[in-house]
Design a protein around this ligand. Structure first.
Ligand code: C2E
Ligand code: CA
Ligand code: CA
Length: 517
């Protein structure tokens, strides 16, 4: 810059000198002055060019820096910092164009998934261990499907948008088998243990699927449907996958309707316990009743407890509902003969309540029912959430004389682990093992082994879902002590339960059926 200014000044001085010589008529000196002027102008031109070029380079550099900063800010806006995967904003703002351009014609599938047991991982290996797991998952996803976009939408929620190509094993998303195979492969990929801080960590995953053009043309709609399908899969339990169906929308509308009515129903005590007989398989006597919640609505008739209990759990109403049901059932049980016990289901969510034991003791105190007449049924799936808390709860309940039953045995994935870690008074064999028991050799072997296992542990077994004489005979031969099922009776209201018991002679409990000798 300085050289350029000096040159321009010199040229200007020379030009002024030349003008003066011309005016004075000194032509001989004028020639050399013009030479100097030309040389000066040349130097000034070169310096100007060099200055301009330098300025150009500076500008280019500055522009580069700005573009880099902008693209960095852009990257941060559209990516998850931890896993480096695109985020929800990317999905909303950028993905529609990219997906349309990349997969538009051939179509694509969307797999929405979230992890089962991520909270437990954070508790086991700490939040930094949880972070490592998420990073490892993103690496596994990178190698899963070649032509796909993996996104992280929330803490343990992910999305995979996969083109329908041969290399993605999905040439045609409308073929449900292919799409479901993808979901299975994804679950297997995540089920393979991760090495986190030297520990082998296992997580499960639930997957919801939908595809374009089968379920929608706009990415936004296809993603929404995959997420709806995921919510259904999550209700089905660990490692489930569900493909979107139009009925899911209707199902959701029904759930929303029920959700709106549930709060009032709980407050008004519209949901009541019915009682299903529990039978001594040797004698045919009623030894107890399982309380099963029933909600009869004017609009939709009886609503399945599996549906409204699930909704009550998700909306925080389960505690109030369960307290109401237990109080009512304990009062009813006071009218039964003293040897007839009450079995009551405790929902998985309630086991997370540290005051559950106290709440149960309070209700027993209020109603006067002896703790020895109460059995609490806990499903396996409930126990895996927090084994330590469950162990403490079970100890409290058993310490007070309440019996604790492991419900739906065999349907979870850690039945034996539960049995070794916790102490139960009884095992309830799930009805999937009882249906078709006589024809299915595998099922009969499972039931025989479970009965032997329980007897080895000094506890008894109840078989659920007995519907046929042949099943009853078989279970008797296998040495199962107790049973329950439509063969003996469905759940009935208190007045019918009292009739079954023949409470006119309170000392003689009802005999549902004589068991053939
Ligand atoms: P669960 O505890 O396994 O209850 C047994 C279920 O099997 C009941 O269904 C019962 O009606 C059904 N069942 C009994 N015998 C037979 C049979 O022979 N064949 C067939 N096919 N089914 C039979 P329900 O009443 O629909 O209850 C379903 C589930 O809802 C229960 O499964 C339990 O997990 C939950 N639930 C019901 N009432 C309550 C409650 O008061 N509190 C909680 N937390 N959960 C409840
Ligand atoms: Ca039960
Ligand atoms: Ca059960």
């Amino acid at each position: 810059m300085a050289v350029f200014v000096v040159c321009v000044a010199l040229v200007a001085t020379q030009a002024a000198g030349a003008l003066k010589l011309l005016q004075d008529g000194r032509h001989s000196q004028l020639h050399s002055s013009i030479d100097s002027l030309i040389i000066g102008a040349l130097i000034a031109g070169c310096a100007g060019y060099a200055f301009g070029f330098r300025k150009f380079l500076d500008l280019k550099h500055e522009q580069g820096r700005r573009t880099l900063a902008e693209s960095k800010a852009d990257w941060i806006t559209y990516h998850d910092f931890l896993t480096r995967l695109p985020n929800r904003r990317f999905l909303e703002e950028k993905a529609p164009d990219i997906v349309e351009r990349t997969f538009g014609e051939a179509g694509y599938g969307v797999l929405a998934f979230d992890l089962d047991g991520f909270k437990k991982v954070n508790e086991t290996v700490g939040p930094d261990g949880g972070d490592m797991l998420l990073i490892d998952i993103s690496k596994r996803l990178a190698g899963f499907l070649p032509e796909s976009i993996a996104l992280r939408l929330g803490s343990d929620e992910f999305l995979l948008i996969a083109g329908c190509t041969a290399s993605n094993r999905c040439e045609n998303c409308s073929d449900p088998q292919q799409a479901l195979k993808l979901a299975e492969d994804l679950i297997n990929l995540l089920n393979t243990p991760f090495d986190i801080k030297g520990s082998q960590i296992s997580v499960g995953a639930c997957v919801g699927l939908s595809s374009c053009p089968e379920h929608g043309l706009r990415l936004k709609d296809v993603v929404k449907q995959a997420i709806l399908a995921l919510s259904v899969a999550k209700r089905q339990g660990r490692n489930s996958y569900v493909e979107f169906q139009p009925e899911i929308n209707e199902d959701l509308a029904r759930r929303t309707r029920i959700e709106r009515r549930l709060r009032n129903a709980v407050a008004n005590g519209d949901i009541v316990p019915y009682y299903q007989p529990l039978i001594d398989l040797k004698t045919g006597e009623i030894i107890g009743f399982e309380a099963l919640a029933r909600w009869n609505t004017p609009e939709d008739g009886f609503i399945s407890p599996e549906l409204f209990i699930g909704i009550a759990e998700n909306t925080g109403l389960i505690s109030d509902l369960s307290e109401h049901l237990l109080r009512r059932a304990c009062k009813d049980a006071m009218d039964w003969p003293k040897q007839v016990h009450l079995a009551f289901n405790v929902s998985p969510r309630m086991l997370e309540d540290r005051y559950l034991g106290l709440k149960i003791f309070k209700i027993l105190g209020e109603t006067g029912l002896s703790p020895h007449r109460l059995e609490i049924e806990i499903t396996e799936s409930a126990l895996v959430r927090d084994t330590d808390l469950a162990a403490a709860m079970i100890q409290d309940l058993r310490g007070a004389g309440i019996r604790v039953v492991l419900d739906d045995f065999g349907t979870g994935y850690s039945s034996l682990a539960q049995l070794s870690a916790l102490t139960f008074d009884k095992i309830k064999i799930d009805r999937i093992f009882v249906s078709g028991l006589e024809q299915d050799e595998k099922k009969s072997k499972i039931v025989r082994t479970t009965v032997a296992l329980a007897s080895g542990l000094g506890i008894s077994t109840t078989a659920e879902g007995i519907e046929q004489e042949s099943q009853l005979d078989f279970l008797n031969q296998l040495g199962c002590s107790f049973g329950q099922g439509y063969l003996f009776g469905k759940a009935v209201p208190q007045d019918q339960a009292l009739a079954l018991l023949g409470t006119d002679s309170a000392s003689a409990p009802g005999l549902i059926r004589r068991v053939p000798a």
